[in-house]
Design a protein around this ligand. Structure first.
Ligand code: PXP
Length: 238
């Protein structure tokens, strides 16, 4: 079964709007696990406008499922990841001021940069994943970095899904097959939601994990966190 990792950044964004500790991000992470999430994802950005570095340190010891930290590998980020030792680190090529992740790595251009960083994380026993687009050349180049997994950037799938699901999924199936042929495990994330998730996971049944934040936390406003996590999990059942 494809695992559901809940990205809790949006909960921190609501808290940060007021200062104080409502909603409690640490409690939310524990509740997500209790309601069936298979993992928790956090994305500390350089300006800490969502989840903070301190949140990551506080949450880490209480995560019983899989802890995934994603972000741009700045020196500060690398130190944090090596300190808290998540199960998985997902490398994202975000410029510091970007609103949200908006592209995958150019693994052809940045192969040696990525390899050096991945070597550091491997030395700490942390599984590594690279956020990537569906370009086959970039998927093939990723193997040179020594990463364990790829996370497909699914925004183009999500934006094409409404008008033509078959057309939207095509490049993702081809990319997923290329990754599988290279022996790379596969994650996916960005803009997945209750409408488009089932079709994606049904077409790529060897997908290991999806990480979902924005839509899931928004749906929780209407359905409650527990129901919402159950709804997403049911879409991942084969
Ligand atoms: N994967 C990566 C690498 C991301 O940066 C994000 C957004 O922080 C997600 C997945 C989750 O995207 P969404 O919030 O749209 O579900």
């Amino acid at each position: 079964m494809t695992r559901l990792s809940v990205n809790i950044n949006k909960i921190a964004t609501i808290r940060n709007a007021r200062g104080g500790n409502i909603p409690d991000v640490h409690k939310a992470a524990i509740e997500c696990e209790r309601y069936g999430a298979d993992g928790i994802t956090v994305h500390p950005r350089p300006d800490e406008r969502h989840i903070t570095y301190e949140d990551v340190r506080i949450i880490r010891p209480d995560i019983k499922t899989e802890f995934n930290i994603e972000g741009y590998p700045s020196d500060k980020f690398i130190s944090l990841v090596c300190e808290v030792k998540p199960h998985q680190v997902t490398l994202v090529p975000d410029p510091p001021d970007v609103l949200t992740s908006n592209a995958g790595w150019d693994t052809v251009r940045h192969a040696s940069f990525l390899k050096n960083i991945i070597d550091i994380f491997k030395g700490h026993g942390i599984r590594t994943s690279i956020f990537i687009d569906t370009d086959i050349a970039k998927i093939e180049a990723a193997i040179k970095t020594g990463c364990d997994r790829l996370e497909l950037y699914t925004e183009p799938y999500a934006s094409g899904f409404q008008s033509d699901p078959e057309k939207a999924i095509g490049p993702f199936i081809r990319a997923a097959e290329a990754a599988r042929d290279l022996g790379l495990d596969l994650n996916a994330g960005h803009d997945l939601n209750l409408d488009n998730l089932k079709y994606f996971s049904k077409n790529i049944p060897w997908l290991k994990e999806v990480s979902i934040g924005h839509a899931l936390i928004s749906d929780a406003l209407y359905y409650g966190l527990q129901n919402t996590i159950g709804m997403y999990k049911r879409l991942l059942v084969k």
